[in-house]
Design a binder for this molecule. Structure first.
Ligand SMILES: NC(=O)c1ccc[n+]([C@@H]2O[C@H](COP(=O)([O-])OP(=O)(O)OC[C@H]3O[C@@H](n4cnc5c(N)ncnc54)[C@H](OP(=O)(O)O)[C@@H]3O)[C@@H](O)[C@H]2O)c1
Length: 194
């Protein structure tokens, strides 16, 4: 499922802005780009295990990466395990819940359990979430336009989460930030795998 061109500015996307697309045709064209040396690697985004399984059934070049919504409030355990089994790198987008965007929420940044963990380590909620992702072994696409916050977001390598922290993170209620979107999107996006 894709969002039609020119419909990104409005969220939730109107139902009529959602469209199916020719995955096989698109992937074959992407494989051709790699074969011609126009790109080193090709990958996907927002693919559930079910969608990856379908892609792998006809791909001659498997995707090198799957960029997915991933943070302590949407942990995607099953999908991460599937990607690991298939040798597909996971990149976490919305690591801080895309706070401040049309589609994002305060769900990560205002989470009480993450705040408690942060207080215990003298770290911010953002750092707790980014450290958790780092310890999962995934790559992360975090965004900030602020120099201080950019600096904060890379200060995650000299401390670690404890077993108790993991217990707390396991308790966090799971919710995709797209769960309030148009039904055509929410019903098909993660294929009810989380
Ligand atoms: N493939 C997809 O479908 C998809 C979907 C969504 C996003 N993405 C990509 O994923 C990347 C990140 O996504 P995102 O920007 O939506 O989400 P995000 O990184 O989870 O959140 C960014 C927001 O958090 C704030 N922030 C950053 N560091 C912070 C900190 N230390 N403390 C407090 N607030 C902080 C930023 O504000 P300031 O800038 O003011 O610091 C910004 O408002 C982007 O490259 C985006 O294009 C991909």
């Amino acid at each position: 499922m894709a969002v039609k061109e020119g419909n990104w500015q409005e969220y939730p996307y109107p139902e009529e802005a959602m469209a199916y697309f020719d995955l096989k045709g698109v992937w074959q064209a992407m494989e051709e780009c790699q074969k011609q040396g126009l790109t080193k690697f090709i990958g996907v985004s927002n693919f559930s295990s079910k969608k990856l399984q379908n892609l792998l059934s006809f791909a001659t070049i498997p995707p090198s990466v799957n960029q997915i919504e991933l943070n302590p409030t949407w942990q995607q355990k099953k999908l991460r395990e599937y990607c690991q089994k298939e040798g597909i790198i996971v990149t976490a987008y919305s690591p801080l819940g895309s706070v401040g965007t049309l589609w994002g929420s305060n769900g990560v940044m205002d989470n009480e359990l993450l705040k408690q963990i942060g207080e215990a380590h003298g770290k911010s909620v953002a750092q707790v979430s980014l450290r958790w992702l780092y310890e999962l072994g995934v790559t992360t696409a975090v965004k900030s336009y602020n120099k201080e916050r950019m600096k904060q977001n890379i200060e995650i390598f000299d401390w670690s989460l404890t077993k108790d922290d993991y217990k707390k993170i396991d308790e966090i209620k799971q919710k995709s930030m797209f769960s309030n979107g148009p039904s055509k999107l929410t019903e098909t996006l993660w294929d009810e795998e989380n």
